[in-house]
Design a binder for this molecule. Structure first.
Ligand code: CA
Length: 228
């Protein structure tokens, strides 16, 4: 699994510890020392998950989490809070502010990596790296392999990411613009009909095993992968 993780932590040693361990686990790490820097970083690029320290100079991690939840662009952004406070009431406040999970300091780097994976699996399954199967079509993100029984299907990197996203979100309809954000990346300016071109290529790639029928065109809305 590989995700872009924004680490917001003012203590240099902890920031380093978190960043190094996440990088070892295969993630790409962006860093910020406070909420203001984090906000600037998010404006430039939407990460896949945020590791957010509660006690920050200036705006607290808690207040920042609340703001992220109130903004349409970051409403769904997974947040893992780091806190030195172990008291139950504080944990509840963190979860109420919109954190997906929290980790109490001191924590083991191994646990951090595992929790990030769990948060991603829940909130952004396309980044969790799990093998998936829908109606006999199998996708293995680690091996970058799509198979149907014994047959191996050939997909380009974009078609692979598109299929991966759709397979991890079966039964939901996505507009072209949502697919651009999710598959091509936020803040990437590409014409929406590019999506149609790649959906067409994806269907063609899935034709040998007849799995092209899994991909539905929803008129006036977008595309969906039929739930198994
Ligand atoms: Ca701190």
């Amino acid at each position: 699994m590989s995700a872009t993780v924004l680490v917001v932590e003012d203590e240099p040693q902890i920031q380093e510890l978190v960043a190094v361990n996440l990088e070892h686990a295969g993630h790409r790490v962006l860093r910020a020392d406070n909420a203001e820097q984090a906000e600037r970083s998010i404006r430039g690029e939407l990460p896949d998950v945020v590791v957010l320290d509660w006690m920050l100079p200036g705006e607290s991690g808690l207040a920042f989490a609340r703001r992220l939840r109130a903004d349409a662009r970051t409403r769904e952004l997974p947040i893992l809070m780091l806190t030195a406070r172990a008291m139950e009431a504080d944990k509840l406040a963190g979860l109420e502010a919109g954190a997906d999970d929290y980790l109490t300091k001191p924590f083991s780097p191994r646990e951090l990596v595992a929790r990030i994976k769990a948060v991603l699996r829940r909130r952004a399954p396309q980044h969790a790296g799990d093998r998936i199967e829908v109606a006999g079509l199998q996708l293995d993100p680690a091996a970058h392999l799509v198979t149907a029984g014994e047959r191996r299907l050939e997909l380009s990197p974009v078609e692979f990411r598109l299929l991966h996203f759709l397979m991890t979100h079966p039964g939901r309809v996505y507009t072209r613009s949502q697919l651009l954000d999710q598959v091509w990346g936020d803040h990437v300016y590409i014409e929406e009909r590019t999506v149609d071109v790649h959906i067409r290529r994806l269907r063609k790639a899935l034709e040998p095993s007849a799995h092209d029928r899994l991909i539905d065109t929803v008129r006036g809305a977008g595309y969906a992968l039929r739930a198994a």
